[in-house]
Design a protein around this ligand. Structure first.
Ligand code: GDP
Ligand code: MG
Length: 174
């Protein structure tokens, strides 16, 4: 029997400079790149195995575009990584607006989503305690939360895998 491979659209959102492009590069290419053009927005594809099922991921690395395109992305997205940096509290507080916007645009009470606190290797510059993100996660109905380091490639696969499992459970594949 032909088992159609599932295809999922992932959108990576968060303030500029939190490491969205670095996380994407580590996940898709296993590569650490120190500098990305902050204005570059692109789609990457990767096939991964999730619990024995092959999934095609289409990953949109956003770059703070205007409201209009953001709404189009959110509508098309099936799973979302909301990324902040553990070195900047404002990048975490900004996530609430993004989530509100996603839920409004998708007309849903919840969507597959992961809270990602990036730059965990910069412990000496930490400005956001883990509790802070855990509180947010609980407020949002126990949304999964991970701290990651794109630089050290820590927890990178885990966040994508968690998101894939959520999307599979929601059965959002088109
Ligand atoms: P974006 O604007 O969210 O796409 O952020 P980038 O991926 O371009 O990263 C912004 C800056 O943060 C770059 O200078 C990266 O080298 C740095 N950066 C990204 N991820 C990490 C990380 O996990 N650890 C450290 N130490 N720096 C990071
Ligand atoms: Mg970027």
């Amino acid at each position: 029997l032909y088992d159609r491979r599932r295809e999922y659209h992932i959108v990576i959102l968060g303030a500029g400079g939190v490491g969205k492009s670095c996380l994407t590069s580590q996940f898709v290419h296993n590569e650490w790149i120190e500098y990305y053009d902050p204005t570059i927005e692109d789609v990457y594809r990767k096939v991964i195995d999730v619990d024995g099922r092959s999934c095609i991921l289409e990953i949109l690395d956003t770059a703070g575009t205007e409201q209009f395109s953001q709404e189009i992305y959110m509508k098309a997205g099936q799973g979302f990584l909301l990324v902040y940096s553990i070195t900047s509290l404002s990048t975490l507080t900004e996530l609430s607006d993004l989530r509100d916007q996603i839920l409004r645009i998708k007309e849903a009470n919840s969507v597959p989503l992961v809270i990602v606190g990036n730059k965990s290797d910069l412990e000496e510059d930490r400005a956001v305690r883990r509790d802070r993100a855990i509180m947010l996660s609980q407020k949002w109905g126990r949304v999964p939360f991970y701290e990651t380091s794109a630089r050290k490639r820590q927890n990178v696969d885990e966040v994508f895998l968690d998101l894939c499992r959520q999307m599979m459970r929601a059965d959002v594949s088109g």
